[in-house]
Unconditional design. Structure first.
Ligand SMILES: Cc1cc2nc3c(=O)[nH]c(=O)nc-3n(C[C@H](O)[C@H](O)[C@H](O)COP(=O)(O)OP(=O)(O)OC[C@H]3O[C@@H](n4cnc5c(N)ncnc54)[C@H](O)[C@@H]3O)c2cc1C
Length: 457
């Protein structure tokens, strides 16, 4: 039996937990960071980073396949999946080493093992009792399935999809949200025949409807098949593959079924409810300052209802550390957190969709401008179609930006500044964008909303 005492104890070292630990140590608090797996959590090891490595390898494959369009002699001879794996693992392990070094350099004590909350200020890890003046719960999430849909064999989740040592010839993907469309995009670029099954009426259903429709056109053009608005019913598998049946009786045959129906909170059997933490369907309920039902006990990241994104976790972690240190940080609203889907094409958005802005402010009190990337020199050069839509309140600020096209994820920084700073198009329109960049498309849309379009009508 051993006992350790800290100012702050953080349970889980993913994006939310390690950010809380780093910021708290910067503010002079002593920190114990408990992790049962690897620091960095889902995002670094099985989420954001490795999937973006796959997407980059997919982009290179498309570049080779389309090289002749640009006058370059190249042929795509296939995908060396072992080579992709070496590249992917190299990126992850280098980032992992960097993060371990940073945590150590900040003087944070890492405690390896599975923790269980035993009181509002105590976490038990094996025979070690770890006590904090404050505790932050940051245990993250896991790949969910549907009732009766068992994962195993040819029915896989994103964790197994990352580790595949072959490119499937045919694949069915259950779920047309971010994770589903990113894997679909990768596999299609590598030559697979892909079919997505989405119960809602659109792919990327959380985006502005106009963007979802453009996205569907782009995926259709790439030859990615999808079924919308019909629910999954069942799957059977044998040595050769899977047969998926939908509620309307349609069937889809494939080598594999990827289940990408969302992520559930990892909060079961960790002592949370026994200690008195309010939990709803597994999610930890907090107030807007991320404090749970128990004063002084906080929760961050994917276990808190809302967007499940790494940068939300980072910001939650920073917020909670500052809150505990008495700095009274500004509340983070989910609506103004940027979202990027890194498929081909990319989708990036922040703030309210046009429909939600109309609900909030009234249809007559908002306007929007849709700039077609066909008019943007750099987009034309790199061969992408797409658009940038900005929604504003009339005589008021920009409240939403919605983009689709290759590389538009890189434009979200400026978009989120405009939304979060409540900029008026008239204020940002005179600020200069370099030519030729895709950023100019944002500039053109601001100019148009300020009543002085340059390269548009
Ligand atoms: C395939 C995929 C792609 C993604 N791509 C993106 C992306 O591009 N951009 C983006 O913003 N987000 C992306 N995400 C989401 C992102 O990974 C999560 O939002 C983020 O990791 C959440 O951080 P977290 O700290 O809440 O949880 P996690 O990262 O899940 O970390 C929780 C940690 O707690 C540990 N833990 C759990 N229970 C215990 C316990 N009892 N004791 C000790 N340790 C424990 C776990 O081992 C884990 O390390 C992706 C996710 C997936 C699955």
């Amino acid at each position: 039996m051993s006992e350790q005492n800290f100012d702050l104890v953080v349970l889980g070292a993913g994006s939310g937990g390690y950010a809380a630990a780093l910021r708290a140590s910067q503010l002079g608090l002593t920190v114990g960071l408990i992790e049962k797996g690897k620091v960095g959590g889902t995002c670094l090891h099985v989420g954001c980073i490795p999937t973006k490595a796959l997407l980059h390898a997919a982009e290179i494959a498309d570049g080779a396949r389309d090289a002749a369009k640009y006058g370059v002699n190249a042929t795509l001879n296939g995908i060396d999946i072992a080579g992709v794996t070496t590249y992917r693992q190299g990126i992850v392990s280098s980032k992992y080493k960097g993060l371990q070094g940073l945590i150590k350099a900040r003087g944070i004590t890492t405690i390896e093992g599975e923790g269980r909350l035993t009181s509002p200020t105590t976490v038990q890890v094996g025979d070690q009792t770890i006590t904090g003046k404050n505790v932050v719960l940051a245990t993250g999430s896991y790949s969910r399935s549907l009732p009766g849909l068992e994962i195993g064999g040819r029915v896989i989740t994103s964790e197994q999809a990352l580790e595949l040592d072959f490119v499937p010839k045919t694949v069915a993907v259950l779920g047309g949200g971010v994770i589903g469309v990113e894997f679909s995009s990768v596999w299609k670029s590598w030559g697979s025949d892909v079919t997505i099954i989405e119960a809602l009426p659109h792919l990327v259903p959380n985006e502005d409807e106009a963007i979802s429709k453009q996205f569907e056109r782009a995926f259709r053009k790439r030859g990615i098949k999808f079924s919308l608005g019909v629910r999954f019913q069942s799957v059977v598998q044998n040595d050769q593959g899977v047969v998926v049946t939908l509620e309307n009786g349609d069937t889809i045959e494939a080598e594999l079924l990827l289940v990408a129906v969302g992520r559930g909170p990892s909060t079961a059997n960790l002592g949370f409810e026994e200690v008195g933490v309010t939990v709803d369907r597994g999610f930890v309920i907090t107030n807007e300052r991320l404090e749970t039902s128990i004063p002084g006990l906080y929760a961050v990241g994917d276990i808190v209802p809302g967007l499940q994104l790494a940068h939300r976790g980072f910001q939650h972690g920073i917020f909670v550390a500052e809150e505990i240190a008495g700095l009274k940080p500004v509340i983070i609203e989910d609506v103004n957190i940027p979202k990027v889907t890194y498929s081909d094409p990319e989708v990036a958005s922040v703030g309210l969709s046009e429909a939600k802005a109309a609900d909030k402010y009234g249809a007559d009190s908002i306007s929007s401008y849709d700039y077609n990337l066909a008019g943007n020199g750099k987009s034309h050069i790199i061969g992408t179609a797409g658009s940038i839509k900005i929604v504003r309140v009339n005589d008021g600020p920009v409240v939403g930006v919605h983009m689709i096209g290759a590389r538009v994820g890189e434009l979200i920084g400026e978009a989120q500044l405009a939304v979060n700073w409540e900029a008026y198009p008239e204020d940002v329109a005179p600020l200069i964008h370099a030519h030729p960049t895709q950023n100019e498309a944002l500039g053109e849309a601001f100019l148009a909303l300020a009543g002085k379009p340059l390269h548009a009508m």
